[in-house]
Ligand binder design. Structure first.
Ligand SMILES: Cc1cc2nc3c(=O)[nH]c(=O)nc-3n(C[C@H](O)[C@H](O)[C@H](O)COP(=O)(O)O)c2cc1C
Length: 204
């Protein structure tokens, strides 16, 4: 049985994909979920390009890796150590491994376009998880190349590339702060339990 909490707990970022094809109807299902997200003034400032062409994927990877080399050399020390610990390098093999890439663009002239597009991305990730598909939220350091490559109007900006496919790696445990560290009642630092008036408790 799926519910939002189960899906949210189960989803993790995958950086190694099998190249086996996936059913595109599952991707469309996830985009259908994404388009139902709320947006500032209901402007729906999101657009999605589904990439299945292998030659295009190679070009996308090449643009991203060029930018990543520069990003990795200039990253602050704390980030370099974090990236090293996670095994994240400038190499973005997943961009050619995954059978599908979803390129998500936002319309920069609309109100709250960033917030709205990222809400839709959240819906999209959970819907992919529901369909048993692995994904990654990959944010390339540079994005303007994407407009030219994919003939995207200049008032749209690439926000994320989401490789989608079957995971080659096994599931890791989830590193998250507990509810008690992030949810307060009426005032910063006051335990959320206080809002339950002592009547009930919340089972995690
Ligand atoms: C806004 C945003 C940007 C991210 N950018 C990248 C990225 O460029 N490369 C990458 O490998 N992971 C990226 N991630 C994935 C995060 O590293 C990952 O979500 C986080 O470490 C938590 O791990 P989990 O997704 O497995 O739960 C990004 C995630 C978010 C939400």
């Amino acid at each position: 049985m799926y519910n939002v909490l189960n899906l949210a707990k189960r989803r993790i970022s995958i950086r190694n994909f099998l190249s086996e094809p996936i059913d595109l109807r599952d991707v469309l299902y996830a985009l259908d979920a994404a388009r139902n997200a709320p947006s500032g003034a209901n402007k729906q400032p999101w657009r999605f390009i589904i990439i299945t062409d292998n030659e295009l994927k190679k070009k996308i990877r090449s643009y991203c890796e060029d930018a990543e080399k520069e990003f990795h050399s200039r990253a602050p020390e704390w980030m370099k150590s974090w990236l090293l610990e996670k095994g994240i390098t400038w190499r973005k093999e997943f961009l050619t491994q995954a059978p599908v890439l979803i390129m998500v663009f936002g319309k920069t002239k609309e109100p709250y376009w960033v917030q709205s597009v990222w809400l839709a991305i959240g819906y999209l990730l959970l819907a992919l998880e529901e369909r048993g598909l692995a994904s990654l939220t990959y944010t390339p350091p540079k994005v303007s190349w994407a407009n030219k490559l994919l003939a995207v109007p200049t008032d749209y900006m690439l926000q994320v590339i989401i490789p989608v496919g079957r995971a080659k790696e096994s599931k890791r445990s989830k590193e998250r702060l507990g509810l008690e560290h992030i949810a307060y009642c009426n005032k910063w630092g006051h335990t959320y339990d206080l809002c339950l008036n002592g009547i009930d408790s919340y089972k995690r």
